[in-house]
Design a protein around this ligand. Structure first.
Ligand code: SF4
Length: 371
């Protein structure tokens, strides 16, 4: 632990050793020390966006997913444009600057449909960033349209795709992926989508959904793959992890991972991913209290206000926080809340002075890395 606190790089064996540590407080102190070294500023950030699932029709089958439908299902949908526009308008009215646009791997929509979708949205909302399509969808477009991956990404970028979300990674080992998904992007392919996007000058986030069929060594392998790609391209802006939500899925028999598992995994990720600047709390899946605690386990960001989150909601676990509640959670932790965009640029010109006073009046907890 101390090695990472001092800026040293953990080996995979050392990462795995940390998963043997049951001292959650020590892991938290170490991750917090790294977080404070990387982010000494008195701010912790959040952003405001909306997750719009433009379709729930999906050609893949993932055992952990309660969201997807087949084309013939009665509740299969592709969102009409007017509904999409209304959702974006609502987001902008709430101060949002971004849409997280994700869907299933639709079996028949061609690349032109997605280009038109992006162009239409950009024409109406030029200032809204389109954080669009997971690597799984992009790989699906590449296969379905029989076009080179680079061409698919370049065309989507030209049409208005602003950044690439890190979804669809789950755990990046093919053993895990083959055990819980069918017809979905494999490890190298997921990485290749992000690599190519970064080579085109794009930025993306990276994620890990854990607590299902993976081993602890596979969690480390996942982190190692992300770290290697980040060494190569530097294109990841942030890492986000969350625990698998089994309710209503084909893996409902698995016991859900608890807060201990979430916090220690995030803390280890903060220690391991020495080249990824930001870690987001996942209060949407963990709830507001653990989500707030995550700020002391390596996270420097509360993630998104998330006006809508259908995928997690389908699995039965979803938490809501208002903007004021997010800000309060940050203030209570002793920091000044600031709104940021996907590139971690502050959107508010000046820190909220009321919250600055509150944070200044509260002594920051003295936490030291040890172990
Ligand atoms: S997780 Fe994504 S790819 Fe898998 S079934 Fe659900 S919508 Fe399809």
């Amino acid at each position: 632990m101390q090695k990472a606190v001092e800026g040293g790089r953990l080996t995979p064996a050392e990462g795995l050793e940390l998963f043997g540590c049951r001292d959650l407080h020590a892991l938290g102190r170490a991750a917090d020390a790294v977080c404070r070294r990387l982010h000494p500023e008195p701010y912790r950030t959040y952003n405001i966006d909306r997750n719009i699932n433009y379709t729930n029709v999906c050609a893949a089958v993932c055992d952990f997913c309660a969201f997807y439908r087949k084309s013939a299902d009665a509740d299969a949908y592709v969102l009409p444009r007017e509904e999409l526009y209304r959702k974006v308008e609502e987001t902008v009215a709430l101060g949002g600057d971004q849409i997280l646009l994700q869907g299933g791997n639709h079996p028949s929509l061609r690349l032109e449909w997605y280009e038109e979708l992006l162009r239409d949205l950009k024409a109406r909302f030029p200032r809204v960033n389109l954080h669009a399509f997971s690597a799984a969808e992009i790989w699906h477009f590449h296969k379905l349209n029989k076009l080179p991956l680079r061409e698919v990404l370049r065309r989507l970028k030209d049409a208005g795709m602003g950044s690439l979300p890190g979804g669809g990674a789950e755990v990046l080992t093919d053993r895990v992926r083959k055990a819980i998904t069918v017809n979905k992007v494999l490890t190298e392919e997921w990485l290749q989508v992000h690599r190519t996007w970064h080579e085109l000058g794009g930025r993306s986030t990276c994620t890990m959904m854990f607590g299902h069929v993976e081993t602890l060594a596979e969690r480390v392998e996942h982190l190692e793959r992300l770290r290697q790609l980040q060494d190569e391209t530097g294109g990841f802006t942030a890492f986000i992890c969350w625990t698998f939500q089994p309710e209503h899925t084909a893996l409902a028999h698995l016991p859900p991972a608890g807060s201990f598992e979430y916090l220690r995994t995030q803390a280890i990720a903060r220690l391991y991913l020495d080249n990824v600047a930001n870690v987001q709390s996942s209060w949407v899946t963990q709830g507001p209290k653990v989500g707030q605690l995550a700020l002391f386990f390596g996270a420097n960001d509360m993630g998104s206000l998330m006006i809508e989150e259908n995928v997690v909601a389908s699995a039965g676990t979803v938490h809501y926080l208002s903007l004021e509640e997010i800000k309060r959670a940050i203030r209570e932790a002793g920091y000044v809340p600031r709104q940021r965009n996907v590139f971690y640029e502050y959107l508010d010109a000046e820190p909220d002075t009321a919250s600055r006073g509150e944070a200044a009046g509260r002594a920051l907890p003295v936490l030291q890395g040890n172990g």
